[in-house]
Design a protein around this ligand. Structure first.
Ligand SMILES: O=C(O)c1ccc[n+]([C@@H]2O[C@H](COP(=O)([O-])O)[C@@H](O)[C@H]2O)c1
Ligand SMILES: Cc1cc2nc[nH]c2cc1C
Length: 350
């Protein structure tokens, strides 16, 4: 992996001044100003010269799907087969993410990172990048081998690079995987030195009885990994990660290397973002956090990443839905940065 080049912050003063000359009281566009400044900083770094216009022309959402051995224990409202059924729904255009992508002119790609049953389709936006059939149950054994982690990071990275080669200039990350909140919670606990109680939540909306079981199993995983003494990030991914999480991490690192802004969705994608930041801290320069999920530990993860999400809509679906909903905000930020009149242009004197 090529190290990610740090952003040259010397553009920041000119970018802020460009925003401050717009016909509005200073700071009146709030968080949208931060988004515009970030997109302008990324674009200026990429071009090597200050950009006074920024655009998003080909936002591309990628839903990474994978199955989890721990789902066998009944820690979700649904069985693992639902992951594959939802993948077919994505390919048929029927899921929430399809609707939000269609409503906001976002390209959608779907990746089989290792779901229970293979999908037969010639859909060009479907990518078969299976690391296995499903992970092992992370509460009792490593979810996968470190070779699978390495393979997954490379597959995710190569997919991001090919989407970028095809014109993607904003990448949205989504995921689908029954049981993947258990994996994300275990990763978050190990990366932040928390226990299961602090990181386990309701996922798809489980019962209190299931929540207790999920907490117990995730704590078992945390304890198991701690006894190995492993803190290496690749090993942690092998111990408690998921096939889709690993590929998201690889794709995020590649997108940042290519200086493409990254729109982060909910809990699972944010945990992947945290993992990526432990592999290369510069990746965080490219993150824009779409929304605050209802999953209770999302806040903990966002705090760890020093992130301020744009939306808070009590979503807890995943698939990249929160990211897709944030695209109009990013486009609006680009538009005001590029086209809003300055005080001088409009003859407005404050
Ligand atoms: O994005 C989120 O914040 C989010 C929060 C809770 C659940 N999900 C979705 O629900 C599935 C994981 O939940 P679970 O209960 O099966 O672990 C997976 O397909 C995710 O896309 C997603
Ligand atoms: C139906 C269903 C749709 C989903 N989309 C993302 N995670 C999901 C989980 C379930 C159960």
């Amino acid at each position: 992996m090529t190290p990610i080049k740090p952003l040259d912050l010397s553009y920041s003063a000119d970018i802020q001044s460009h925003i401050d000359q717009k016909t509005k009281p200073l700071g009146a566009l709030g968080q949208l100003e931060d988004v515009a400044a970030k997109l302008a900083l990324i674009a200026s770094n990429k071009a090597g010269v200050l950009q006074k216009q920024v655009t998003i022309t080909k936002p591309t959402a990628v839903v990474f799907a994978g199955d989890h051995g721990i789902a066998e224990q009944g820690v979700s409202i649904a069985p693992s087969a639902v992951t594959g059924q939802m993948v077919l729904n994505f390919l048929a255009g029927g899921a929430a993410i399809n609707c939000f992508c269609a409503a906001n002119q976002i390209d959608l790609h779907v990746v089989d990172c290792g779901i229970l049953s293979e999908v037969a389709t010639d859909n060009p936006n479907f990518h078969q990048q299976r690391l296995g059939q499903t992970t092992f149950d992370l509460s009792t054994q490593p979810a996968m081998a470190t070779t699978q982690v390495e393979q997954g990071l490379a597959l995710g990275a190569n997919l991001a690079l090919s989407l970028i080669d095809n014109g993607c200039d904003l990448i949205l990350f989504g995921e689908m995987g029954i049981g993947n909140t258990s994996s994300a919670s275990a990763l978050l606990a190990l990366l932040t030195d928390n226990d299961a109680q602090a990181v386990v939540g309701l996922g798809t909306g489980i019962s209190t009885e299931q929540l207790n079981l999920k907490q117990k199993l995730v704590q078992q995983a945390i304890d198991r990994v701690k006894t190995t003494g492993n803190t290496d990030i690749t090993k942690l991914l092998a111990e408690v990660g998921g096939f889709e999480i690993v590929q998201i991490v690889g794709a995020m690192l590649a997108a940042a290397e290519k200086q493409i802004p990254i729109l982060v969705d909910g809990f699972i994608v944010s945990v992947a973002a945290l993992v990526a930041s432990k592999m290369d801290k510069q990746v965080t320069d490219y993150f824009i956090f779409a929304h605050q999920s209802q999953e209770q530990a999302h806040q903990l993860c966002l705090t760890e990443l020093n992130a301020k999400p744009l939306l808070s809509l009590q979503l807890r679906l995943g698939e990249g839905t929160g990211a897709a909903l944030a695209v109009p905000l990013l486009k609006s930020a680009c538009h005001f940065y590029s086209h809003m009149a300055s005080f001088a242009d409009a003859g407005v004197t404050v």
